[in-house]
Design a protein around this ligand. Structure first.
Ligand SMILES: Nc1ncnc2c1ncn2[C@@H]1O[C@H](COP(=O)(O)OP(=O)(O)OP(=O)(O)O)[C@@H](O)[C@H]1O
Length: 584
């Protein structure tokens, strides 16, 4: 546990060690305090001058206060720096994790890891770890001083304290286990809340508010039960430590008084022993509470370590092949195609292929439509072209250059992608349009809006391009969201534009306009379009029909309609079928 914590302190170790040293110095000065007090008492009883011992005592007290304050500040600042580093580190790791890993996770839970888990860890890492180290030193220092004064008495006290320590250690281990349950429950609450809030309209329309509330309440109860369990265990720790200290006190008074009586111990030494016992009380209780607190942070540490263990995109080798990467020849083939997919095989889980040797070509400035029944693998093919996943085998080339020849950023800079549900990000229209092309001028933004028939609409808005679109573009209609998404993709001037049924949310007028615009777009780039609508299919130069994970048939719309019964069924047999093409 402490080793895990130590790994996480990377980057903060120097200030942490400095704070620790200062706290230790403050604590050491504190250890000297009873000795200074002993000096005063001994001077009093021996009728020696008091000025010197009193001055030493005052100096010791002042030094402890000043060094202690500075150490406390340094520690707080280190804690905040740790939180800063941890949050930025986690966020940058999370945004780069491989899609395959991301598919297994819940967004709300990931958000909890970057917020509540980091906060829990900060407490353990800075405050408590320093607290444990200093209190341990203070306790050891006090025990050594006691040993020097009266070994017999000290060993008796040590026996009492060790017994208490063993009991408390057992409790702390249980706290560690409960803390994992607690942090996992907190993560589940965040995930549940994210699920419900991100689909609030669906929740309302299905009258599922109460069910979602009950679900979240059940999760909250699970967190509550774990927290109360942990509190119950923690509550025992302070009294147990206190009990041990009190027993030590009684021992010192009884045995110590007897030993003073026998002349084995001076009165000053007895006073010092009592002061050391008083001084032991605080550190020992805090030490035990600190160990419990570190154990409480165990859950948070594990959850954060789990995030760091997730593979990032840059940690994967950009190449085809399931296991060992097989480099493609790096030469640049003559650019006869904007996109060339050869014999692509891929599945989301081993042994279940979705694409079983897909091959297709998109010539420069061509519009190719990808059609096929639902679940045939059209979106999967797009995800592979975007290199969100690495194929099992096969190759993808853009302008003759294989995927293995380019880093992910460069590869994706050649591709524009208009998703099926067209995610729009919170912010203004301008923010959204410039998302892939941050340097685009307003003139270019208006040209792109023109292309998707939105100029008129945006000009009428009071704030124009600065209009807020709302969370996930909630203030736009779905057709508008789709058109903004298209404009956004086009603005980045990609070599290849991937569109997942770009006319899906458009009315007939806008659908017709976009079909014309797609023809214009071909001047700039090649288009590969997942098509469900007749207008899109008819507009394509080539239609590739995907079935069973392969390109089942390829040809023009007219050819396929004439020669391919499967295609006839797809576009004609089920005019409004699941994924059958629809006439608008
Ligand atoms: N992230 C994923 N993890 C696991 N399986 C997935 C994932 N995405 C898709 N699949 C599965 O892969 C298969 C192909 O899905 P895909 O989305 O590529 O089909 P599609 O042809 O685009 O369908 P549609 O026309 O309905 O959008 C489906 O069986 C689907 O359940």
């Amino acid at each position: 546990m402490l080793r895990q914590l130590w790994t996480l302190t990377r980057g903060q170790r120097r200030p942490l060690v400095a704070a620790l040293l200062l706290t230790l110095i403050a604590a050491a000065v504190g250890v000297a305090q009873p000795l200074a007090a002993k000096g005063v008492v001994d001077a009093l009883t021996a009728h020696r001058p008091l000025l010197g011992p009193v001055a030493v005592l005052v100096l010791v007290l002042l030094a402890q206060a000043v060094i202690g304050a500075f150490a406390a500040f340094l520690l707080e600042r280190t804690g905040e720096r740790f939180v800063l580093g941890m949050r930025t580190g986690l966020v940058s790791h999370l945004l780069r994790i491989q899609m395959r890993a991301f598919d297994q996770l819940r967004v709300g839970d990931l958000m909890a890891r970057a917020s509540t888990d980091v906060a829990a860890l900060r407490e353990a890492l800075t405050h408590v770890s320093v607290q444990i180290a200093t209190n341990l030193c203070v306790a050891l220092g006090s025990l050594v001083a006691m040993f020097v004064m009266d070994p017999v008495l000290m060993l008796l006290i040590l026996g009492v304290l060790l017994t208490a320590g063993l009991v408390i250690n057992g409790l702390s281990a249980r706290i560690g286990r409960v803390s994992m349950t607690l942090q996992t429950a907190v993560g589940a609450i965040s995930a549940g809340l994210e699920r419900a809030l991100s689909a609030l309209r669906t929740v309302r329309a299905n009258r599922a508010e109460q069910r979602e509330i009950d679900h979240l309440a059940a999760l909250s109860h699970r967190a509550y039960d774990a927290a109360v369990h942990s509190a119950r265990l923690t509550a025992v720790i302070a009294p147990a430590a206190q009990l041990a200290i009190n027993a030590a006190f009684v021992l010192i008074l009884l045995v110590g008084a007897a030993r003073v009586d026998q002349g084995a111990l001076s009165l000053g030494a007895l006073v010092a022993m009592l002061l050391y016992a008083t001084q032991l009380a605080g550190p020992l209780t805090e030490l035990m509470a600190g160990i419990a607190s570190v154990n409480r942070a165990k859950g948070a540490t594990e959850r954060i370590q789990e995030v760091y263990a997730l593979p990032t995109e840059d940690s994967g080798v950009p190449t085809a092949g399931r296991g060992t990467p097989r480099r493609q020849p790096a030469h640049r083939a003559p650019s006869t195609a904007s996109l060339e997919i050869r014999d692509l095989r891929f599945g989301y889980s081993p042994g279940t292929p979705v694409l079983r040797g897909l091959s297709l070509t998109v010539p420069p400035h061509a519009l190719v439509a990808l059609v096929g029944p639902s679940g045939a693998g059209k979106s999967t093919a797009f995800a592979l072209v975007n290199r969100f996943y690495e194929p099992w085998s096969g190759s993808i080339r853009i302008d003759g250059r294989p995927a293995t020849d380019m880093g992910l950023k460069e590869w994706r800079s050649h591709i524009g992608w208009v998703e099926q549900d067209c995610p729009i990000l919170h912010g203004t229209l301008r923010d959204n349009l410039r998302y892939a092309a941050p340097d685009a001028t307003d003139d270019r933004l208006w040209q792109a809006l023109d292309l998707v028939n939105l100029t008129h609409k945006v000009r009428r808005l009071p704030a124009g391009l600065d209009s807020e679109v709302g969370e996930r573009g909630a203030r736009l209609s779905s057709g508008e969201r789709q058109r903004i998404a298209i404009a956004r993709a086009v603005l980045a001037r990609p070599r290849l534009l991937l569109m997942d049924e770009p006319t899906a949310h458009l009315d007939p007028a806008n659908e017709a306009a976009l079909t014309v615009n797609m023809h214009d777009l071909r001047q700039e780039c090649a288009l590969l379009v997942i098509a469900h609508r007749m207008s899109t299919i008819e507009a394509a130069d080539t239609v590739v029909m995907l079935a069973n994970g392969t390109a089942h048939a390829t040809g023009t719309y007219a050819e396929l309609l004439r020669t391919h019964p499967g295609f006839q069924r797809l576009v004609g047999g089920h005019p409004a079928g699941v994924n059958g093409a629809r006439r608008s």
